[in-house]
Design a protein around this ligand. Structure first.
Ligand code: ADP
Ligand code: ZN
Length: 517
């Protein structure tokens, strides 16, 4: 069957070979195994069900939430000589009737359906009459509360799968599944964990870096000057910051466009066009910009403020270097942005999602504090095994010396324990630096042996150090009404002297400032 799959790849799609992961996913599906396939956008997920659909007898059902993409997909398949159709709310009832009639006659190799359709009893009754060898679930993270786009209608998929007497294989596909989301998908769609295919998250032409402890406006000015001929995107967290940045850059003579949800439609389209046609070299935007944008020569993506989670970050940063040429992805990190993002999360309407969102935000903060390879961090965040450092990112190319900070780490860890592991970073930093904060004294923390033990440092430095210990997984964060910190197993090993802690020397911001007037 795999030979047949390969010949379809050649005859219908014009490709000579499978990409990494495609062959494994396809052979599992052809072997009747329920499978989950996690690949980044553009990785080639569609082939993983389109080819089995051609090989297998009957009509493959594809559940997809994106109505506009459904039509594109079907058009592409029809153009390649593959009979396919879609069913969603854009069809008239006459069209719906005709399509279902043809489907019952077995005229399609693929039938795309919107998940909401599964809520209709009569529709499901009709589906039952088809011969279905495979059910492909696109954007499968929508089935999980932990995904960034939970859709209750996805919960009907499993029941649909049980309708068919021949026990069709299920193939779940997604670009953004953290281990937690993957677990949900596997459990809800009866996929064995060993049938997970994850590949292709590394982007070999992108170099990631995190800049902190520097004035970001100054950094941006220098960076744009050095790269004035190159196209790039600057993402900011709020509309207000976009407007401010836009005005500032425009004043300094940079050809800049802007984009955010508060602008009128016509304005947004014309600004986007100016960027796409290279009339403007820099785009300043909120995360509203970029969906479906296909501009290949973007040389850098700078996040002026902290993105809300790794999923959004990698998607936005990934818009750089589509043409395969070397490009940069930079986060300008300042710890106060964490408060901004926390505020934005707190404003969101779905109260029950707040703990998940806060945990994901913490993943983003960890990214900014890790001293490991950043590409490695990203790839393992998405669950792909990744044995060696990339050699390109800000951390891999960092030549600063590491210093042993085990003693200092032990002071912080022991303070966290003495405070009962019920408080946040800020309060802990205040105790360590010997603050006279009233609440702290009310709790009697000024009597702890760790009170003021780091008083030579600022609260900000100690808070940063705690963030660093979190990124090293020596301290954990629990999201209650407010986040509280605790010492992890690994942290206890450090306390017991079983493990040491190394940290890169701090950036000497002063020297950078005099080098760069
Ligand atoms: P995804 O759904 O993962 O975002 P697509 O299935 O749309 O990605 O594929 C992205 C692009 O890669 C498409 O243009 C597709 O034709 C191309 N592609 C997929 N598989 C292969 C392959 N084996 N060889 C070459 N190109 C491929
Ligand atoms: Zn690296």
């Amino acid at each position: 069957m795999l030979d047949q799959a390969r010949s379809f790849l050649q005859s219908h799609f014009g490709y000579d070979s499978f990409r990494t992961g495609q062959e494994q996913a396809i052979s599992q599906v052809l072997g009747g195994e329920n499978t989950i396939c996690v690949m980044p956008t553009g990785g080639g997920k569609s082939i993983c069900y389109q080819i089995p659909a051609l090989v297998l007898e009957g009509t493959t059902i594809v559940v997809s939430p994106l109505i506009s993409l459904m039509k594109d997909q079907v058009d592409t398949l029809l153009a390649a000589g593959i009979p396919a159709a879609y069913i969603n709310s854009s069809l008239s009832s006459a069209d719906l009737y005709e399509t279902m009639k043809s489907a019952r006659n077995g005229e399609y190799k693929l039938l795309y359906i919107a998940p909401e359709r599964l809520e209709s009893y009569s529709f499901v009754e009709q589906l039952k009459q088809l011969t279905v060898p495979l059910i492909a679930v696109d954007e499968a993270h929508c089935i999980s509360q932990w995904g960034h786009d939970f859709r209750p209608s996805y919960r009907h998929i499993q029941r649909m799968a049980e309708l068919f007497p021949n026990d069709p294989a299920v193939l779940a596909l997604t670009a953004t599944a953290t281990p937690h989301v993957r677990e949900d998908i596997c459990r809800l769609l009866s996929i064995k964990e060993k049938n997970t295919v994850i590949t292709g998250f590394e982007r070999k032409n992108l170099s990631f870096s995190v800049i902190q402890g520097q004035d970001r406006n100054g950094f941006l000015k220098d960076y744009l000057k050095k790269n004035e001929k190159e196209s790039g995107i600057i993402y900011a967290a709020t509309r207000k910051t976009v407007d401010q940045l836009y005005e500032r850059l425009q004043k300094s003579g940079i050809s800049v466009a802007r984009y955010h949800g508060g602008m009128g439609d016509a304005d947004r389209v014309s600004e986007q066009d100016r960027f796409l046609t290279d009339e403007a070299t820099v785009m300043v935007a909120t995360n509203a910009f970029g969906m479906g944008i296909d501009k290949s020569n973007i040389r850098y993506v700078i996040h002026f403020q902290l993105p809300k989670n790794m999923e959004s970050y990698y998607q936005e940063a990934g818009r750089a270097g589509r043409d395969g040429l070397d490009s940069e992805c930079i986060v300008l990190y300042s710890s106060q942005d964490v408060q901004t993002q926390r505020f934005l999360i707190d404003q969101s309407l779905e109260r029950d999602r707040i703990p998940q969102e806060l945990e994901k935000l913490q993943g983003m903060v960890d990214y900014c504090h890790t001293e490991k390879c950043l590409q490695q961090f990203i790839v393992s965040y998405f669950g792909e095994p990744y044995p060696k450092p990339c050699g390109r990112c800000g951390n891999c190319t960092d030549s600063r010396d590491s210093v042993d900070v085990t003693k200092e780490a032990q002071m912080v860890l022991s303070c966290v324990i003495r405070m009962g592991q019920r408080f946040g970073k800020a309060m802990t930093a205040q105790v360590l630096t010997g603050s006279r904060n009233k609440k702290l004294i009310e709790f009697g923390f000024d009597e702890l042996s760790t009170y003021g033990i780091l008083k030579k440092q600022s609260v900000k430095d100690v808070t940063n150090f705690i963030e660093f210990l979190i990124s090293q997984e020596l301290i954990g964060v629990e999201q209650k009404q407010f986040p509280t910190i605790f010492v992890t197993e690994q942290g206890r090993d450090v306390l017991l002297g079983k493990q040491s802690v190394m940290r890169k020397e701090a950036v000497r911001t002063k020297r950078i400032a005099t080098d760069d007037p």
